[in-house]
Design a protein around this ligand. Structure first.
Ligand code: FAD
Length: 327
């Protein structure tokens, strides 16, 4: 294999960013030669392995065991490291989710390889990986090259398009079990708490409507209006840290340097000033629409479209218009 891609799954469902990374890896392998391999770890996850073939993997290493049902760093890292030692890929790619970033760091450390974390682009230069990663809150882009024989990188969600799945595509699924002891693992998963069903994940969302401290006059009504617009557009709801810190909305909605980094097609910022720490989380959105009653607000300098006005009037007006047009 020339490239190995770790496919993150939860409860038998792959994180969509896994397919984006696999799709990009396919184009790199087509230039590099060799085989594109994927690894799926868990219990009862053969469906995910079959999907990996449909999304472009030539070989999928399916590593299943009840002890691997929930993500735990030691046994998962042991599997990936074993595959690298056995098959010597040049490049190992992970989605840059919270769990997979942890895993990529442990794997890179254990294998004494270089790691480019949270990349937004990948290419090949002289047959080696060149990984682009935003630094200083997204104000600079660095290109990371690797000196050693193995390059490890994690890739941000929505950096690449999801490839077209081809369910008829042929590929090999190689089944095996855990490589580390299944007892005495340092972490024990007691339970999982699911967020409300039906919510679109912020990091995967194509459309995000976010609210900031501008809702201070009536935060409950403000976020209700923002939620209504979000639902009309089928997107996810975000927030600034000021709104989170003020207790208007839960932290899971926070976008920015200390919140989620998002890359939607459309980001609507209502009552958000556009502080650098907020821009660090959404500055790469394809289209930014700002609604702010202060025409001098810094958010307008990054917005593609701006509405100078009161969000309590503009957001419901937009919602009514979208409802009319989207039926
Ligand atoms: C280490 C560090 C990490 C941080 N991490 C993050 C982070 O992850 N995410 C983040 O967002 N921030 C983060 N911050 C905080 C950041 O610096 C800003 O304080 C924060 O983003 C401001 O949020 P805001 O834009 O909602 O509030 P404000 O800056 O107070 O802006 C509110 C805006 O709403 C407008 N407004 C008011 N009323 C209305 C109305 N009725 N209609 C329309 N507009 C209205 C105002 O004109 C103003 O522009 C961090 C700060 C530090 C120091």
């Amino acid at each position: 294999m020339s490239i190995l891609v770790y496919i993150e799954q939860f409860d038998g469902k792959a994180a969509p960013v896994s397919w984006e990374v696999l799709g990009k890896a396919r184009t790199l392998v087509d230039q590099l030669g060799g085989k594109l391999a994927a690894v799926v770890i868990g219990a009862g996850v053969e469906g995910v392995a079959k999907e990996a073939v449909s999304y472009g993997a030539d070989v999928v290493h399916l590593v299943e065991d009840p002890s691997l049902a929930a993500f735990r760093i030691d046994p998962y890292a042991a599997v990936v490291e074993d595959l690298v030692k056995t098959h010597s890929p040049k490049i190992v790619l992970f989605p840059a989710t919270a769990r997979s970033r942890d895993l990529s760091a442990v794997v890179a450390c254990d294998l004494d390889a270089g790691l480019a974390a949270d990349c937004s682009d990948l290419s090949l230069v002289d047959g080696g990986l060149a990984a682009v990663r935003p630094v200083f809150s997204g104000n600079l882009l660095t290109t990371v090259r690797f000196n050693g024989p193995l390059a490890v990188a994690s890739v941000r969600a929505r950096s690449f398009p999801t490839p077209e799945a081809n369910p008829g595509r042929a590929g090999e699924i190689v089944k095996s079990g855990p490589v580390a002891p299944t007892t005495g693992i340092r972490e024990e998963i007691k339970s999982f708490e699911a967020t409300a069903t039906g919510e679109v994940s912020l990091t995967d969302a194509k459309i995000i409507v976010s609210g900031g401290r501008g809702v201070a006059k009536d935060p409950e009504l403000g976020f209700k209006l923002i939620k209504e617009l979000t639902d009309t557009l089928g997107g996810a709801m975000g927030a600034s840290r000021a709104a989170v810190d003020a207790g208007y909305i839960a932290y899971k909605h926070q976008v920015g340097q200390t919140g989620k980094v998002v890359r939607p097609d459309l980001y609507i910022a209502a009552g958000i000033s556009g502080a650098i720490q907020h821009l660090a989380g959404m500055g790469n959105a394809k289209i930014i629409v700002a609604i702010n009653k202060d025409a001098e607000a810094p958010i307008f300098s990054v917005a593609n479209y701006g509405v100078v006005g009161d969000l309590y009037e503009v957001v419901p007006a937009l919602n009514a218009e979208f409802k009319k047009r989207l039926g």
